[in-house]
Design a protein. Structure first.
Length: 397
């Protein structure tokens, strides 16, 4: 017992040792890259500020030294070198991440300068890159939340993002997304605390999501007259345990207004465990629980030719929706998934609809539902009740 308390105290001390969010300064002359990085890093729990040229750096550093400086290389790398020298003069004790081409000789020179100045250099991030690669580079700076500690202190929350019926322009349901509200770090995103499949905290976290979603459904139903389908995310590992499935089924409301719970499972996991997931889907539908195939992308063809298709919906991975209005390849993948869903009578959801242009594109392609920041970002249940429930959806096209 004493050993357990010491371990928990160490986790809490590590997680809560800073009183503010990690601060990142993005030094890049290209506006669209700064905007992309700012949004992505804020989703990961950073507080971001931007710097378009060397002359603006002193203002940023005067306010407070950041924990991370991201420098985009351009031209001869002189500005990047000047930034490093300014950081060294300010006794900067954070880390620096360089952005540049893999075969850039300038990148190697600037990186070597950073080491020479005694600056902690992260491995460079090569362009082009995605959010996953960015997260991997800055992982060491992310807050590591102790899930068990957060649960014991009521730190876990469910936030909700609306799912919009495209033809009717009305809210059809919402996806429940787990967050940690930490007293010193603020809101911590799942990327920082979701345990691995073998972690014993995974079952606890999954059960929290189930119980929280069911309780919130009752909360919504008391305040909203129309249908609200709630979707939750569960890993394959949770569904492979019969006791967990039994517990899930027992928590389903018997209320006549309850039309079912949607369980979203990552598309890659579904495809790797297809026969098992199909069997689980057939079992669960007798308990008013439906399976949704989440984050589906280029591997959609693996679901073709099935004799039965016990899944209620296909959700297209956001990376194939964002920017699809001007990308024929992304549109081709979306259309393939739409045809697949149509052949099985499943509905389709476009994730990551963040712009009017992409909304028009997914509407014209024939998606049933849309989800993204164009309509609303994830929000706590009380705010979801105030803002999303009962309000009409308007899109200026």
């Amino acid at each position: 017992m004493e050993h357990q308390r010491i371990g928990e105290a160490a986790n809490q001390a590590t997680f809560g040792r800073r009183k503010v969010r990690r601060r990142v300064c993005i030094a890049n002359c290209k506006r669209h890259i700064r905007a992309f990085l700012s949004e992505a890093l804020e989703e990961l729990g950073f507080s971001a500020c931007e710097c378009a040229q060397v002359g603006q750096l002193d203002v940023v550093l005067d306010e407070r030294l950041p924990d991370l400086v991201i420098i985009g290389l351009s031209g001869d790398g002189v500005e990047a070198g000047e930034i490093l020298e300014i950081l060294e003069a300010r006794q900067f004790d954070g880390k620096v991440l360089l952005l540049g081409s893999r075969d850039s000789r300038i990148l190697n020179i600037v990186e070597e300068l950073g080491y020479t100045l005694g600056i902690a250099m992260l491995p460079p991030l090569f362009t082009p890159f995605g959010i996953g690669a960015l997260r991997d580079r800055v992982a060491a700076l992310l807050p590591k939340a102790a899930v068990a500690s957060a649960a014991s202190e009521d730190g876990l929350e469910l936030w909700y993002q609306p799912k919009i019926d495209i033809p009717a322009l009305a809210m059809r349901g919402a996806e429940a997304l787990v967050r940690i509200r930490h007293p010193t770090w603020g809101i911590v995103s799942p990327a920082d605390f979701i345990p691995d499949d073998g972690d014993p905290h995974l079952r606890m976290l999954s059960r929290f999501v189930i119980g929280g979603a069911v309780n919130d459904w009752r909360y919504f139903a008391d305040r909203y007259d129309h249908r609200v389908d709630i979707a939750i995310n569960l890993p394959i590992a949770f569904l492979q345990d019969q006791e967990s499935i039994k517990s899930l089924c027992q928590q389903i409301p018997s209320h006549p207004a309850f039309e079912g719970l949607i369980v979203e499972i990552d598309g890659a996991e579904v495809i790797r465990n297809l026969e098992f997931v199909k069997d689980i889907a057939r079992q669960l539908r007798f308990h008013n629980i439906a399976i949704s195939v989440d984050n589906l992308g280029v591997d959609w063809s693996s679901l073709m030719g099935l004799h039965d298709f016990p899944f209620i919906e296909l959700k297209v991975d956001r990376k194939f929706v964002i920017g699809c209005a001007g990308d024929r390849l992304k549109q081709a993948i979306c259309r393939g998934i739409l045809q697949l869903a149509d052949s099985y009578g499943a509905r389709t959801v476009a994730e990551g609809v963040d712009s009017v242009e992409d909304f028009i594109a997914v509407r014209e392609m024939g998606f049933d539902l849309a989800q993204g920041s164009l309509f609303a970002k994830p929000m706590p249940a009380p705010k979801f009740t105030r803002i999303a429930l009962g309000q009409s959806v308007s899109i200026t096209t």
